[in-house]
Ligand binder design. Structure first.
Ligand SMILES: Cc1cc2nc3c(=O)[nH]c(=O)nc-3n(C[C@H](O)[C@H](O)[C@H](O)COP(=O)(O)OP(=O)(O)OC[C@H]3O[C@@H](n4cnc5c(N)ncnc54)[C@H](O)[C@@H]3O)c2cc1C
Length: 418
């Protein structure tokens, strides 16, 4: 396992840190105020982000997450291993990744289009995303069915002459209310009669302004609204040209796989960066606050929390690098187990470290005076988004069982097979 990032990666990381210090940290308070206000999806209120994006793009700090960049496309695509330490830095301000065109869910959509779009579709849908001209959303989850089992999706995509007609109801569709979002990548049933439940779905692109697309209501996440929203969307007789289908009818699962690896690995990278923020705040508070005649860090349980957090962050960072390398070498399908492990480890790390930090801050920790309450809830909702931990765990166990030969294992020990 290579755990030293490349020189190119370290140089770009320095530039990203410099950019964040100069342009992003100073705007954090402003961003949070806008997000908490009714202007959160107002293009005028968000104009400052577009200015920052133009600056970052001009410096080549753009599309860094994307290893499939062609020479004529903008930015500096890196391997996953090279991107890992940079993503960790960007994560220290949760909204910063969009300034570098490295934000979810668009990163996953770009990966998906790179894997599944034909040349014409690549020009029409991927290129504007790479250029930063628009944003997009990924549309899978449905309120009526348990969507952690993706074979449950009921939305229909039916061929009608040269078009497809889409009907269904979706929710938690992040970024759909962002003023720059122009299209959605939608999963639904194209082949309901296929005997394999994994060959019944297809993936189609729907421009947001197509008649029949209706945003019903935004949804809060742990009691807060987010920029871009996570709304519920009704698709009623939505008609789009047949050329908007990605791949073949029935290819939906295979196509979705291409967005799951890279999309999910970024969660791990981000959680490590955010856990560093939480630990930094915990230590600062423990060094300045005095209770029962001692600084907080002099109380054994607080010292233990600091030590335990450092161990867990380093463990998660190593798993991040290992997973990034596996993804580079084996692709999303081959690295599925590692990606699942990292999603669980990363999101649990963020919950644990931010909870400890929050407690060390006492009442202040649960207030809006620190980012800790937001970090704690972020860890919680990331552990549900893109597949809950409970669904990733059996997947990891399945891979273990598949790769394990009891005969091989038992021969080294004096354990009789029964
Ligand atoms: C902040 C946020 C943003 C999101 N953004 C998007 C988006 O942009 N696009 C999109 O399509 N979706 C999005 N989602 C939805 C997310 O992907 C789904 O919520 C997730 O896949 C789970 O589906 P569900 O909510 O229907 O839960 P269900 O499938 O109903 O599962 C509920 C619970 O049942 C338990 N469970 C399920 N299966 C198992 C199992 N095999 N073993 C043990 N326990 C199990 C788990 O505890 C799980 O949390 C987002 C969610 C959140 C929270």
């Amino acid at each position: 396992m290579q755990i030293t990032p490349s020189e190119r990666s370290l140089a770009i990381k320095d530039n990203v840190v410099d950019f964040m210090n100069k342009h992003i940290y100073p705007m954090n308070k402003h961003y949070n105020e806008i997000e908490a206000s009714d202007r959160r999806n107002d293009p005028e209120a968000l104009a400052f982000i577009e200015e920052l994006r133009a600056k970052a793009k001009g410096l080549g700090l753009w599309n860094l997450f994307f290893p499939h960049l062609r020479d004529d496309e903008p930015g500096t695509g890196l391997s996953n291993l090279e991107f890992a330490p940079i993503c960790e830095e960007m994560a220290k301000i949760p909204w910063a990744s969009q300034v570098f065109n490295c934000n979810a869910p668009v990163t996953g959509n770009m990966e998906l289009l790179a894997a599944a779009a034909n040349e014409e579709q690549r020009q029409k849908w991927l290129r504007p995303l790479l250029e930063g001209e628009c944003q997009s959303s990924f549309v899978a989850t449905e309120p009526e069915v348990a969507s952690s089992d993706a074979t449950n999706y009921q939305t229909t995509i039916v061929r009608d002459g040269n078009d497809y007609v889409v009907n269904g109801r979706k929710w938690f569709i992040s970024w759909s209310m962002h003023p720059k979002t122009t299209f959605m990548i939608v999963m639904g049933k194209t082949n309901p009669d296929n005997p394999s439940r994994h060959k019944q779905h297809g993936v189609i692109i729907i421009p947001l302004d197509t008649p029949g697309v209706e945003i019903l209501q935004d949804t809060t996440v742990m009691n807060a609204y987010h920029i871009g929203g996570h709304p519920e969307i009704l698709l009623r007789n939505v008609r789009v040209p047949a050329e908007n289908l990605l791949g073949e009818p029935g290819d939906g699962f295979a196509i979705m796989q291409s967005r799951m690896g890279p999309g999910r690995i970024h969660y791990g990278m981000r959680c490590v960066g955010l856990a560093e923020v939480a630990l930094g705040l915990m230590i600062s508070r423990a060094k300045e606050r005095v209770a029962f005649g001692k600084h907080l860090h002099e109380h054994g349980s607080v010292a233990n929390d600091i030590g335990r957090s450092r161990i867990e962050i380093e463990q998660a960072r190593l798993l991040t690098m290992h997973t990034a390398q596996a993804l580079d070498e084996k692709g999303p399908k081959g690295a599925r187990k590692e990606v699942s492990m990292l999603k669980i480890v990363g999101t649990e790390l963020l919950q644990k470290v931010s909870e400890r930090a929050l407690r060390v801050h006492g009442a202040m920790g649960v207030s809006n005076q620190t980012p800790l309450a937001s970090l704690f809830t972020l860890g919680m909702h990331l552990s549900i988004a893109d597949g809950p931990s409970e669904v990733h765990l059996p997947g990891i166990a399945k891979a273990e069982l598949r790769d394990h030969d009891p005969a091989d294992f038992l021969k080294y020990y004096d354990v009789p097979a029964r």
